[in-house]
Design a protein around this ligand. Structure first.
Ligand code: FAD
Ligand code: PHB
Length: 389
């Protein structure tokens, strides 16, 4: 078998890349190790930058997003008994769209099916070889049979645990990492959200976030210890703890119910450079992880794909390698800024177990400054709504 670009992974980055390339007439095959239902069952991100929305429009997968997505013009930050609104629209003229990653994935899968582009689900034991040659090869097992595809390029869109990054020799790869001493316990519930906008809460008992997926479905998170297990958190215990971290006025609007999903995610900052080895290019979580506090994970995957798709299209349409050669530098410049923002939001909003009295005063001063300064709120907004690309 032969194709132009093999994409490993059918998460948002692989699917979006596949769709943008297909629109430009570039042939792709997607190899995904899990089943379609498994991929669609993963509850992850919920906030899209305007840039990501624009890319989904370009990919022909934004019809439902426009009818069902919720446009948000700001967020609230709760601290020390008060809520403070950051008005994105007034500060920058920009907004974000609340639309679940599951829905983005479903829309992209439908768009791919509509053009008849191939995806192999449950493609096992994927291995990459000859990446520095002109004919890279990708081998995998499908229904117990060994298969091989020869291609021009491989896109490693296979997330943090994928094979893409692991195929880059250790002598070439440099990684940078910070692991945070807590996780997020998330609950999805079929109840209307507590408020119209997201509320980020810095509370003495730990961080909490009130988010949503639609006007009838809410997503809540609690900062938890890394050694806690989901089974220790009954729904009742979750709602009790969330209520303690909310101010009494807003807590009255909380509508609780049985959780549809409950999971714990550890928080990590991670970057692998240089995102390229020969004809292998990494995009999305395969190359970098951010803690979810800035809502950047999915959006960063989208901006990588914007750069990589343009570079590959340029290669196939006019034969230029300039875009591909410049991809790592261009993508990493934006990635590091999103890493900084996500680290800063995490630092400012969580309670760190080892934090000293001095650290706590610094956090309070940071928040006081943010609430009192239009310049500081504008800086937060510029990053939250997404830096340009
Ligand atoms: P992924 O979505 O991870 O997709 C990679 C795909 O590759 C997967 O389908 C995987 O099965 C497949 N794959 C992996 N290995 C192989 C292999 N060897 N062969 C073939 N296929 C393979 N971001 C936010 O902004 N807000 C959030 O609340 C949030 N919550 C998150 C919770 C969790 C538990 C996780 C893991 C991430 C969360 N993120 C969140 C981050 C966001 O979901 C990711 O940034 C986004 O999914 C990145 O998309 P991706 O396509 O690069 O990677
Ligand atoms: C979510 O709705 O899952 C969500 C929203 C904002 C974040 C993180 C997660 O910062």
């Amino acid at each position: 078998m032969r194709t132009q670009v093999v994409i490993i992974g059918s998460g948002p980055s692989g699917l979006l890349l596949g769709q943008l390339l297909a629109k430009a007439g570039v042939e792709t095959t997607i190899l995904e190790q899990k089943s379609k239902d498994y991929v669609l069952g993963r509850i992850r991100a919920g906030v899209l930058e305007q840039g990501a929305v624009g890319l989904l429009e370009e990919a022909g997968a934004a019809t439902r997003l426009h009818s069902e997505g919720l446009v948000h013009e700001g967020i609230e930050i709760a601290f020390d008994g008060a809520r403070h609104r950051v008005d994105f629209k007034a500060l920058t003229g920009k907004t974000v769209t609340v639309y679940g990653q599951t829905e983005v994935t479903r829309d992209l899968m439908d768009a791919r099916a509509a053009i008849g582009a191939p995806t192999v689900y449950e493609a096992l034991d994927v291995t990459l070889s000859d990446l520095e040659s002109e004919r890279p090869k990708v081998r995998y097992v499908e229904d117990g049979k060994d298969c091989e595809i020869e291609c021009d390029y491989v896109a490693g869109c296979d997330g943090f645990h994928g094979v893409g990054r692991r195929s880059i020799p250790e002598t070439v790869l440099r990684t940078y990492e910070r692991v945070y001493p807590f996780g997020w316990l998330g609950v999805l519930v079929e109840k209307p959200p507590i408020a119209h906008e997201l509320i980020y809460i810095n509370h003495a008992r730990g961080f909490a976030l009130c988010s949503m997926r639609s006007t009838t479905r809410s997503r809540y998170y609690l900062q938890c210890r890394l050694d806690e297990r989901v089974e220790e958190w009954s729904d009742d215990r979750f709602w009790e703890e969330l209520t303690r971290r909310l101010d009494p006025e807003i807590a009255r609007s909380l509508q609780t119910g049985p959780s549809i999903e409950k999971s714990i995610a550890p928080l990590r900052s991670f970057v692998a450079e240089p995102m390229r080895f020969g004809r292998l290019f990494l995009a999305g979580d395969a190359a970098h992880i951010v803690p979810p506090t800035g809502a950047k994970g999915l959006n960063l995957a989208a901006s990588d794909v914007a750069y990589l798709s343009r570079a590959l299209i340029e290669r196939y349409s006019v034969g230029s390698l300039e875009g591909l050669d410049g991809y790592p530098k261009k993508a990493l410049a934006r990635i590091w800024k999103a890493e900084r923002f996500s680290w800063w939001m995490t630092q400012m909003l969580h309670r760190f177990p080892e934090s000293s009295g001095f650290d706590q005063k610094m956090q309070t001063a940071e928040l006081d400054y943010l609430f009192s300064s239009k310049a500081a709120q504008t800086a937060l907004t510029e990053n939250y709504v997404g830096l340009p690309y």
